[in-house]
Design a protein around this ligand. Structure first.
Ligand SMILES: Nc1ncnc2c1ncn2[C@@H]1O[C@H](COP(=O)(O)OP(=O)(O)OP(=O)(O)O)[C@@H](O)[C@H]1O
Ligand SMILES: [Mg+2]
Length: 163
């Protein structure tokens, strides 16, 4: 799988990655994707938290870690992760027949966030993650989503800490 990773990271333009504040993400295939961080400490922390949460069924599974230079000539620290089918936000956008967050009014966006706070599965997910000593401060609607088997999991631990 690592040869596929280097093929993809060598040819994917920087602007094609899905981006958050800390990570870049792209798919390898239907099941697997790549997460990239500029900072090795951040990569190792998110890997460790995701691995712990995965051990109780609350995060996608993980593959190898690696280091790579992207077409911007910068070094990134990455790992392979199982992909979710869609984020909580994406599922709710689809239900409204909308494509992206920018198609939502701010009221509609806040309604989705309210729905997430009231969602029993989301409450249980947070309790379970907290029970293994990891915070859930940044579990917004783009940081949790559904595995292909329908299970709600957390995908982003970059702003979490040990409690
Ligand atoms: N395992 C995954 N499966 C599918 N998509 C993913 C996965 N991990 C990340 N993504 C996509 O990439 C985006 C950015 O990843 P992530 O949320 O980990 O980055 P971040 O920089 O830590 O985000 P934030 O801005 O919330 O701090 C996610 O919102 C999601 O759309
Ligand atoms: Mg995120």
């Amino acid at each position: 799988m690592l040869s596929k990773v280097f093929e993809i990271t060598g040819t994917t333009p920087i602007e094609s990655y899905e981006k958050g504040v800390a990570a870049k993400f792209t798919r390898i295939d239907d099941k697997w994707g790549i997460k990239l961080y500029r900072n090795e400490y951040m990569r190792d922390k998110t890997y460790r938290f995701q691995d712990l949460a995965h051990s109780i069924g609350c995060a996608p599974s993980l593959g190898d870690k690696f280091k790579v230079v992207l077409p911007d000539d910068r070094e990134y620290h990455g790992y392979i992760t199982e992909c979710i089918s869609e984020t909580f936000l994406k599922r709710h956008l689809n239900e409204l027949g909308l494509e992206s967050k920018s198609d939502l009014s701010s009221d509609e966006y806040y309604n989705i966030l309210d729905e997430m706070e009231d969602d029993e599965e989301f409450k249980i997910l947070c309790e379970e993650i907290n029970s293994i000593g990891i915070s859930t401060n940044d579990m917004h609607a783009s940081n949790v989503g559904y595995l292909p088997n329908g299970k709600l999991v957390a995908i982003d631990f970059s702003h979490e800490h040990e409690e």
